[in-house]
Design a protein around this ligand. Sequence first.
Ligand code: XMP
Length: 517
Amino acid sequence: TVLVVDFGAQYAQLIARRVREARVYSEIVPSTMPVSEMLAKNPAAIILSGGPSSVYAEHAPTLDRALFEAGVPVFGMCYGFQLMAQTLGGTVDNSGAREYGRTELTVSKSASTLFEGTPDEQSVWMSHGDACSAAPEGFTVTASTAVVPVAAFENDEKKLYGVQYHPEVMHSTHGQQVLEHFLYRGAGLSPTWTMGNVIEEQVAEIRERVGTKRAICGLSGGVDSAVAAALVQKAVGTQLTCVYVDHGLMRKGETEQVEKDFVAATGVQLKVVDAEERFLTALAGVSDPEQKRKIIGREFIRVFEQAQAEIVAEAAGEGEDVAFLVQGTLYPDVVESGGGAGTANIKSHHNVGGLPDDIEFELVEPLRALFKDEVRMVGQELGLPEEIVQRQPFPGPGLGIRIVGEVTKDRLDLLREADAIAREELTAAGLDRDIWQCPVVLLADVRSVGVQGDGRTYGHPIVLRPVSSEDAMTADWTRMPYDVLARISTRITNEVDEVNRVVLDVTSKPPGTIEWE
Ligand code: XMP
């Protein structure tokens, strides 16, 4: 394991992902963790992340010198670099020598471990106020910039390395190569961490834990729960039962994908609860978005609990004990809620509105150590259908929050048609990966005048909301090709009755959210 010590500001997650892209397993630990505890994890290497602090700031995070004396290879980046310099007796000046953004780096010693085979001049991404002016004793300075005399150093004998910039960001053109040099050449690691290994390990672990008991898993149609379920199914087969609540608010074909394709690909035992009528009845007459969300969340929990109780009772009738609940919790959730690997952090991030508090099950969370893109790779490796593995985010309350106005069966059917057309054209144009997601929204309470054939129409508008994003926290509207927009517009107005206008949402987030409700 490579430990990534997190000095704040989200850099650590990106670094951990880059290390894993180099096929070396990595984990994030907070900088407040005592060095003895870090070393007790027996890390193969340690990376110190950047962070928002100045080493001169009052409560700036520090590091025990012991970290550098344990014989473990260490790579400091940005703040981690400065901390390394300062701790080992180099000089860090608070001189106002700032650099932000793209900077030209001059590599001064090409026989370096980190920079071998990279150009003498390369673009890197800087973000710092302080600067290192003298490397610690025993270190060789390997790069500089116009502003910073010591922009990288290394002590090959002690396996200590550092760079002032952020090699983990895309703008540092040779960043990944430099990181890999640290891992492979500096720390002597091999690129052996693969999704195949992850699956093998997880399957063995799940088998061991579940034993002869039974497990249940709620499927939402999304990537995470599907992959989690497939992994558990591979481990314990028919000891797992999945529950899929069809709330009638799914998009066209999605329920069939779960009912047929997912089951065919995994052989999973599935209980489908057709609750469309129940949801529609509960939603009748409701237009307020928050109220809709609450109703859908509440009904979902009730239906799920009932299905769960039935499964538990059936198993009990056969003398079996349902003891585990499978959840698709991902690594970013674990990091963000402060839990390290292995800590029991009972929090339901999943499904509509979360699951009930009084869970009497133990959680099985086979994706706790994985990032989203890794979950997709695991899914692919497990042979799940492409439509499920590559699925874009879709909200738990489904189309219920994409109809502005009351939710009715007719309106849902109409929106399903429009949405299916938009998705089909986006896929045909090869835009699925460029677009984070594209909500299609029906303005059911709005009508406008149009003309079709020889007649006047008075129909509803459909809104297209294509967005680009990294994490859904912020987003921008996607500048997508006009001809694709034109095709979607023509097809929707031609093929969907009662829709006579298609409009494009050109609002970023903030101020708009991605969904309309
Ligand atoms: P907003 O609209 O808040 O959406 O910008 C951010 C991301 O979250 C999704 N979303 C949800 N996902 N349950 C979910 O599982 C929900 O209630 C929910 N509401 C919004 C949305 O699609 C986007 O990806």
